[in-house]
Design a protein around this ligand. Structure first.
Ligand SMILES: Nc1nc2c(ncn2[C@@H]2O[C@H](COP(=O)(O)OP(=O)(O)OP(=O)(O)O)[C@@H](O)[C@H]2O)c(=O)[nH]1
Ligand SMILES: [Mg+2]
Length: 368
């Protein structure tokens, strides 16, 4: 399924059924009283946050969403049936804007799984003529029409909600990382911009009541991303709503005199995109350490220590350093959960499984 994060749809609630004008007609009762029933209410259009979805693609294909009309009332005091509501499932993290000639307003932010919001209210059914009879009006020859249902143009904007955002230069090993720690299976290849759209992976911690953590992998950032270079900041908004970032730098991209310069470059792009994102807590990771000589690796470790910089050195291929990194990710997530409930997320579509290679650290790694 294609990843799409913007769409525009038309939602139309059902009209209320008209009230009925009718009079009782029975043998030997020449002038029966009014017995027109009420019209049924029109169905509403209801939006539901669904954590299994990760794209607005469907809403590019189908644009009009209509709930059912209420049925008209009938003679013999029979009320019309109400129209059924129409439920529309939207990805968790969808912002919904209602448009009107004088602009748009935020209708809702579907930021909790299962959240339900009525986007267009169904019209009320009209009263039948029986409702209007009184001592002064015994035979009302009118009934109430049903109300029209509401109708809106909605602009949908998906901003992924996840616990952790993965960032780094192209080819840093981000997708490899997410594929090692979750059941997500993104495309991985030895060239930049392999990832073209965000992926979500779910990590589970079987040792802790199956606790889940959702990680978002986005395309690599290059210098000038904020100006639209590379895949630009097009996808940066998908790590805006994360608790913290895991920043991955490949051992291939370390320069000799200023080894961490690659981190600074990506951070500069974050800053230009939004200062708030640049201040988000990060875990710094050097990946692909299997490509370094033991001496160089030792030198880098001690340099980081001397500079008071906590850097995790890992190899996603053989698992070296991964256990420690994953523990740190859970630790930060737990701390963030206690401190500030930024994200509420029950998990995405990718279920994780226990990986025996890493079972000694007590975390459920996934690697089928
Ligand atoms: N030697 C080695 N290679 C690795 C390691 N992790 C990833 N790679 C390789 O690095 C290349 C890029 O990996 P990806 O996971 O696609 O990198 P990415 O950061 O997602 O790249 P983009 O999606 O293009 O931004 C692939 O050929 C991987 O096999 C590692 O720990 N060691
Ligand atoms: Mg990738």
């Amino acid at each position: 399924m294609r990843f799409v994060d913007e769409a525009k749809i038309l939602v139309r609630a059902g009209n209320g059924g008209h009230g009925c004008v009718s009079f009782r007609r029975e043998k030997f009762i020449p002038r029966g009283g009014p017995d027109g029933g009420n019209g049924g209410d029109g169905g509403s259009v209801v939006l539901v946050a669904d954590e299994r979805l990760l794209s607005l693609y469907d809403f590019r294909v189908k644009v009009l969403y209509e709930a059912k009309n209420g049925q008209p009332g009938q003679g013999g005091q029979r009320n019309g049936k109400s129209g059924e509501d129409l439920e529309i499932g939207l990805p968790l993290g969808t912002l919904v804007f209602a448009q009107s000639p004088d602009g748009e307003r935020l209708l809702t932010d579907l930021s909790e799984p299962g959240r339900r919001v009525t986007a267009a209210k169904g019209g009320r059914g009209g009263k039948g003529n029986e409702h209007f009879k009184s001592s002064t009006m015994r035979a009302p020859k009118f009934a109430q029409p049903g109300e029209a249902g509401e109708e809106f143009t909605l602009r949908l904007e998906l901003k992924i909600l996840a616990d952790v955002g993965l960032i780094g230069l192209p080819n840093a090993g981000k997708s490899t990382f997410i594929s090692r720690v979750s059941a997500a299976r993104p495309k991985i290849a030895d060239y930049p911009f392999t990832t073209l759209t965000p992926n979500l992976g779910v990590m589970t911690n079987e040792a802790d009541a199956g606790k889940r953590l959702v990680m978002a992998d986005i395309p690599g950032l290059i210098e000038g991303a904020h100006m639209g270079l590379g895949l630009g900041s097009r996808f940066l908004r998908h790590v805006e709503r994360t608790r913290f970032l895991v920043h991955i730098l490949s051992a291939e991209d370390l320069s000799d005199d200023a080894p961490w310069a690659g981190f600074e470059m990506t951070n500069e792009e974050l800053r230009r995109f939004g200062p708030e994102l640049a201040e988000r807590r990060q875990i710094e990771v050097i990946s692909k350490i299997d490509l370094l000589s033991p001496e160089r690796l030792a030198a880098l470790r001690s340099r980081a220590r001397d500079e008071g910089r906590r850097i995790f050195f890992v190899c996603a291929l053989n698992g070296e350093g991964m256990g420690e990194l994953v523990s740190e990710i859970w630790r930060l997530r737990d701390a963030a959960e206690r401190g500030n409930p930024v994200v509420s997320h029950g998990g995405g579509g990718n279920t994780a499984f226990l990986n025996e290679d890493f079972s000694d650290i007590g975390f459920a790694y996934t690697r089928e």
